[in-house]
Design a protein around this ligand. Structure first.
Ligand SMILES: [Zn+2]
Length: 120
């Protein structure tokens, strides 16, 4: 990678927030909800070597736990929810807390891997 390639590059945070190619900032990083695009549709960057693997899922799992516990605590302490409502709230919180940040985390990992490889 030359200095010219890095001139328009996005930071991993910018690429993850926009879900765009870290090199050109235009092509999509994901096809659908979670499938990583094999190649940038705009600049042709091969994204396969930067597959994030299970890293994003690990962090999403941790966030799912936080979302579930937070929803249970909120339903019990703030609303004094009866019966099975805290369990239902915990399950919903875990699902939302785990799934919502997953595309962001996947894009962040891909962009970070590309940036790290580009510095070599
Ligand atoms: Zn691109």
């Amino acid at each position: 990678m030359s200095e010219d390639d890095r001139a328009g590059a996005l930071t991993p945070l910018q690429a993850a927030l926009r879900r765009r190619c870290p090199r050109c900032g235009r092509g999509r990083l994901l096809e659908g909800f979670l499938r990583a695009a094999p190649v940038c549709e705009s600049c042709g960057l091969d994204l396969r070597p930067y597959d994030a693997g299970d890293g994003p899922a690990f962090f999403a799992g941790a966030l799912a736990g936080l979302g579930g516990v937070g929803a249970v605590a909120l339903s019990m302490l703030a609303f004094d929810a009866p019966g099975a409502w805290p369990v239902a709230a915990g399950m919903a919180g875990a699902i939302v807390g785990g799934l919502a940040p997953l595309p962001f985390l996947k894009c962040f990992f891909i962009a970070q891997a590309w940036r790290k490889a580009a510095r070599r």
